[in-house]
Design a protein around this ligand. Structure first.
Ligand code: GLV
Length: 328
């Protein structure tokens, strides 16, 4: 029997490639070349399945050129690289990689929050530059985490993980805003209170963004929202580039309208707006919130298992548009 043809669009763990090869005729990008959209499209032509990462855009144009495609399995929980409506219309199943990265990503959200509030990288740069010649009473004085108010915008699984760390580990008062309110029992466990977005921005000492990107969440934090925040507040974005207006944020940081920001994601990444590179009160990391080897292995295996289940006629583990594809 001929095996289905799949494309693995980025370099991944060799053992995951080996597992895929047991089931599929695999073309993979183990050289990790950066493909243009036209190159990705041409590689995908004639493939029935794709193993994608968050940077691989699958939209109507790609789908029209790849009529054999049946499934795209994303090795990411976020899937704004997929045009889900176009995929459903083309009868292409989309899967993502939730759950397996929740705790690792929440750990990182907290790490970025701590580094931002306590000015860890800014002070390290100072030390490395040989500027540390004496102690002073207010040197790199930051803001407290313990006992402060944590505002979580987007209270899905990762947001809840951050809230849990804040409330139970650091005695923070947790407020949150989300499309829908959590069940009372979860609010009680997380010691979290539901507030409007405006109240969250006005009262939180630390705002952490964990909401999914969509056109509706584009620039959820812009100049107006930054103006609502306390001048002592910090802002952390581990969600997606585009949720924050990076130019407005750089201006707010430069003018000390908020104290500091920690960013793991950027508009137009891997490019970073030059204004962000020149302000000192921002911690910048290259989209690594889920980056531990066990978690990245779990994400890659989940994407692979989605492909394997689908082509074995079983239910994929984490489908995004199964009912729409089935209804077609
Ligand atoms: C990472 O950003 C992910 O969506 O998994």
């Amino acid at each position: 029997m001929t095996k289905p043809k799949i494309l693995v669009a980025r370099a991944i763990f060799p053992e995951v490639i080996a597992k895929l090869e047991e089931h599929f005729d695999v073309e993979s990008n183990q050289a990790d070349e950066t493909w243009s959209k036209a190159q990705l499209t041409s590689k995908l032509r004639g493939k029935q399945g794709a193993f994608t990462t968050g940077g691989d855009r699958i939209d109507a144009e790609v789908l029209a050129a790849c009529p054999d495609l049946k499934i795209c399995a994303n090795m990411a929980v976020g899937y704004n690289n997929f045009d889900i409506a176009a995929m459903s219309a083309a009868g292409v199943l989309a899967t993502n990689a939730p759950d397996v990265l929740t705790e690792t990503t929440a750990d990182f959200g907290f790490a970025l929050l701590m580094a931002t509030a306590r000015r860890v990288t800014e002070s390290e740069h100072y030390l490395r530059a040989g500027k540390w010649t004496k102690w002073s009473f207010d040197m790199f004085a930051g803001s407290d985490i313990h006992g402060s108010t944590l505002g979580v915008l987007g209270m899905g699984r990762i947001g809840q993980g951050i809230a849990r760390r804040g409330a139970l580990g650091f005695g923070m008062k947790v407020i949150y805003h989300n499309r829908s309110r959590l069940e009372a029992s979860i609010e009680a466990e997380l010691k979290a209170s539901y507030v409007s977005k405006e109240e969250l921005l006005r009262t939180a000492d630390h705002v952490v963004l964990v909401l999914p990107y969509s056109p509706a969440s584009h620039h959820t934090i812009g100049a107006a929202e930054l103006a609502m925040m306390k001048p002592t507040a910090t802002l952390v974005n581990i969600a997606r580039g585009g949720i924050v207006d990076d130019v407005a944020l750089a201006a707010a940081l430069r003018d000390k309208r908020i104290a500091a920001a920690g960013l793991d994601v950027f508009e137009g990444e891997p490019q970073v707006h030059p204004d962000l590179l020149t302000v000192p009160n921002v911690v910048l990391t290259p989209h690594i919130a889920s980056a531990t080897i066990p978690t990245r292995q779990a994400m890659a295996n989940l994407a692979a298992d989605n492909l394997i289940a689908f082509f074995s006629g079983k239910k994929p583990l984490t489908p995004l548009n199964a009912s729409d594809v089935a209804a077609k």
